[in-house]
Design a protein around this ligand. Structure first.
Ligand code: UDP
Length: 352
């Protein structure tokens, strides 16, 4: 049994959606590690909530997410930084834990790795390369402490020029997702509404096919969203809101397909495995995480990156995909148990 301290992302409270997939991964890891008898304590910004999980809330100002800044941006912290405060807390309590698990994609925790002498720090790198300063500190940490860094996928690690890294992948709590055999007539798009996710391509595909698109997720960049509404005023799309998992999966399950249109190299793409678990095929650009998840022609389609025509062609042949095969893939590859095994293996490597 291990005593684990999970230090959350400093860009937003847990369950706000601002942190995107990393919030989801933290929750799933806390769940599976607790089920396996480990003691998990989560430290996160104020106003954080997670079902059935106690959280030590830390006050302070939030970080700006790295992907919304320029590549050559300096590393900055606001006054009374929640990132600084969370890591100060971790420093004070380190002797009470076997392992500190960092979920933030920020410079400070990586830099602090060798300063923690009472307890080792493990890092999950949750995005691909988006900033020079982060590239540098991630590469340096991997060089000095190769067992202390894990990634979602090798495709993501490639963006840092790193080979043969440890990958944790991702997983979902399968019983929460209901399999739907007969969908309604709409498409789904799920994610943070921000330029790197290129929602406009999915809206354009909805316009061409005439099949309505339901959009779910955190409205992160309002100007970007206004622009899409202006540019596609006669397309059949509807913003549904940001939902907790139980509600999200109800709508998602009835979709004919999930469209995944990231402009950037998606580190993983948790929304894909949620869709598959409901029996929903995934149509994604052949770039980043989806390459390692979607079985082209079997559980969805991988299409030419940035090609709306490619999306439309895939939508037109979506009935050739067996929805049961989608659910099966989620069961075989993305169960919490599989993630629990990989995580325990990584921890034993990290702690030896
Ligand atoms: N999500 C959610 N409710 C919504 C829409 C999205 O909880 O209404 C969650 C979704 O379950 C997923 C996360 O937001 O876990 C998005 O993660 P992903 O890895 O796809 O992308 P990221 O935001 O990390 O780039």
């Amino acid at each position: 049994m291990l005593k684990l301290l999970f230090v959350s992302t400093p860009v937003g409270p847990l369950s706000s959606g601002i942190g995107g997939g990393v919030e989801f991964t933290l929750y799933n890891l806390a769940l599976i590690m607790s089920r396996r008898g480990h003691h998990v304590q989560v430290v996160a910004p104020e106003k954080s909530t997670l079902p059935n999980t106690s959280i030590i809330e830390i006050a302070g100002n939030l970080q700006i997410s790295a992907q919304s800044q320029e590549r050559d941006e300096m590393i900055t912290l606001p006054p009374n930084s929640v990132l600084g405060n969370m890591w100060d807390y971790a420093r004070q309590v380190q002797d009470k834990y076997d392992l500190i698990f960092n979920f933030s994609y920020d410079w400070l925790p990586f830099y602090l790795t060798p300063f923690f002498t009472g307890c080792r720090v493990g890092h999950l790198v949750s995005m691909g390369s988006v900033s020079e300063a982060m590239d540098e500190i991630i590469r340096q940490t991997v060089r000095q402490f190769p067992h202390q860094v894990t990634f979602y996928s090798q495709t993501q690690a490639d963006t840092f020029g790193l080979k043969n890294v440890h990958c944790l992948g991702s997983a979902i709590d399968l019983p929460l997702y209901e399999y739907v055999n007969s969908p309604d007539d709409y498409l789904a798009w799920v994610g943070r509404i921000a330029p790197e996710k290129a929602l406009e391509d999915a809206v354009a595909a909805a316009q061409i096919t005439g099949i309505p698109l339901k959009i779910f997720g955190k409205l992160q960049d309002n100007n970007y969203w206004q622009q899409i509404q202006q540019d596609y005023s006669d397309a059949p799309f509807e913003y549904m809101g940001f939902f907790p998992t139980d509600e999200l999966q109800k709508y998602l399950g009835k979709a004919r397909a999930l469209l995944m249109t990231p402009r950037w190299v998606e580190a993983f793409g948790n929304v894909m495995i949620e869709a598959l678990a409901c029996g929903v095929p995934v149509i994604a650009y052949r770039r980043g995480g989806p390459i390692e998840v979607v079985q082209d022609g079997k559980t969805g389609f991988l299409v030419e990156p940035d090609s709306v025509t490619g999306l439309v062609e895939a939508i037109q042949k979506i009935n050739t995909i067996d929805r049961a095969a989608c659910r099966r893939q989620a069961e075989q590859e993305y169960s919490l148990e599989a993630l629990g095994d990989r995580t325990e293996q990584w921890f034993s490597l990290l702690l030896c």
